[in-house]
Design a protein around this ligand. Structure first.
Ligand code: UDX
Length: 446
């Protein structure tokens, strides 16, 4: 008989994982403490913008007519206990603590505390949240104390990217499982049996290595972005072109082409907080020296936002932003997402606004979240409306829609034709031909 699976925490990670498990044929129960989220998911609606997820839910959510009915959602721990799951995936978030680098483990701890007495003997609990190394050992002790006999733990980090969550979950480029017994590995091999694992390397490790794989992967990605942004700074000083430079070094397979896009840097709910939590944990372990370079990675990244603000200031005359109108294209931390957590775009918009600029933001999917985070900014319903009367246009999130804009049309409504491309993603020639001063990041001016 097919395994019964529960997923605790139904954010980006959990909702996608639950739907993917149902797609593979398992009977799945998703649990979240937020009733609104559960209500939406149960009726096939996704609380965030994630391409492909709604279709997957529609195929399986029990609340939808014609679906397989294999996927249910609840807020009730009692219902989870009655469900009698064989495998429980813990997917709750681990945000950065207020005013500290360390991550907040309270949601993970609460989930394990509620789960432990409710799992049946012989079940497997699988942690997927990104946690400080050493957490799995601690949580295994918690299970040993509060769960019935024979309950094992595995740590199975997730590498999905927002905007590609469904694809990354159904076709991961690797599956990593940290275990301390053969049985846990066997159960996870069964869960991930084809088609999910087809072609995906299956890497089995101990607990600390599995936890570290996740944080080190994100640290490497962050380092790669800050490296190219550091080169952008040097290119600007020396008159070089960082886009050409990235292309040229990327031809070397050992370096690779990906994650070498210079611009206003990385943001989102993962990379910034993960590198900070990693530094904090290394400090606790007495290994802080090993990760001091991440402080530099973080500071290069944050400097990019300040640099964009200074480029905008220069564009409006070099002094105060007071009395100037600034159009901001993009609010999310990257395209194909409605997520504005630690968004470089929104941060730049906010800084200019707080310095007296009249900022108008437009984003294809991020307006609702941006308004919640920064209600005092101006918002427009289209790029054209945002640009109307602007002294400078900032392109801060590389949505495909912005590449398709006609600079000649925008030029008719802008007050001055100056565009700053914070993502090096617009066609500079096209903008220049339409009479705009086009300036990119780490590239020659003219
Ligand atoms: C990241 C990891 O990629 C993923 O494996 C992990 O599971 C979670 O964290 P995500 O936060 O969805 O995923 O975003 P990602 O696509 O990695 O982009 C992160 C940020 O880096 C974005 O703000 C993006 O704009 C920026 N970025 C990315 C660059 O500035 N330059 C690049 O070359 C690549």
């Amino acid at each position: 008989m097919a395994l019964k699976i529960t997923v605790i925490g139904t954010g980006y990670l959990g909702a996608t994982h639950a739907a993917a498990m149902a797609e593979l044929g398992f009977e799945v129960l998703g649990l979240d403490v937020v009733p609104e989220k559960v209500g939406m998911l149960a009726t096939g609606r996704v609380p965030m913008y994630e391409p492909g997820l709604e279709e997957l839910l529609a195929r399986h959510a029990a609340g939808i007519e014609g679906s397989s009915g294999r996927l249910r959602f609840t807020t009730s721990w009692d219902e989870l206990e009655d469900f009698g799951g064989d495998v429980h995936f813990v997917c709750v978030n681990t945000p950065q603590k207020h005013g500290e680098y360390a991550c907040d483990m309270s949601y993970v701890d609460a989930a394990f505390t509620s789960l432990a007495p409710r799992v049946k003997g012989g079940a497997l609990v699988v942690g997927k949240s990104t946690v400080p190394v050493g957490s799995a050992d601690r949580l295994a002790r918690l299970l040993a104390e509060h769960a019935p006999e024979g309950v094992d733990l595995a740590w199975n980090p997730e590498f999905l990217r927002e905007g590609f969550a469904v694809r990354d979950t159904l076709h991961p480029d690797r599956i990593v499982v940290g275990v301390d017994c053969e049985r846990a590995e066997k159960v996870l091999r069964e869960v991930y049996a084809t088609p999910i694992a087809e072609g995906s390397p299956f890497v089995v490790t101990d607990f600390p290595t599995a936890e570290l794989v996740k944080t080190s992967a994100n640290s490497f990605l962050a380092t790669k972005i800050s490296f190219i942004n550091a080169m952008a700074e040097v290119c600007e000083a020396a008159g070089g072109d960082v886009v050409k430079l990235a292309e040229a070094i990327g031809h070397d397979d050992r370096i690779g082409k990906k994650f070498l896009r210079a611009g206003i840097g990385f943001g989102g709910g993962c990379l910034p907080k993960d590198i900070r939590a990693f530094m904090a944990r290394a400090g606790e372990l007495g290994a802080d020296q090993a990760l001091t370079f991440l402080r530099e990675v973080d500071s290069i990244n944050m400097r990019r936002r300040g640099h964009m603000v200074e480029l905008a200031r220069e564009a409006v005359g070099g002094g105060s932003f007071l009395g100037t109108r600034v159009a901001v294209l993009g609010a999310t931390f990257k395209p194909d997402s409605d997520d504005v957590r630690d968004s470089p775009a929104l941060n730049v918009a906010g800084q200019i606004h707080l310095q007296g600029g009249q900022v108008t933001v437009y984003d294809p999917k991020g307006m609702t979240n941006a308004r919640l985070v920064f209600p005092t900014l101006g918002y427009a319903e289209s790029a054209l409306e945002a640009v109307r009367g602007a002294d400078v246009v900032l392109h801060l999130t590389e949505w495909p829609e912005f590449r398709e804009l006609d600079p000649a049309v925008l030029g008719e409504v802008a007050s001055r034709r100056i565009v700053l491309d914070g993502r090096n993603a617009l066609d500079g020639t096209k903008w220049r031909e339409a009479g705009w001063t086009y300036r990119a990041m780490g590239r020659p001016r003219a």
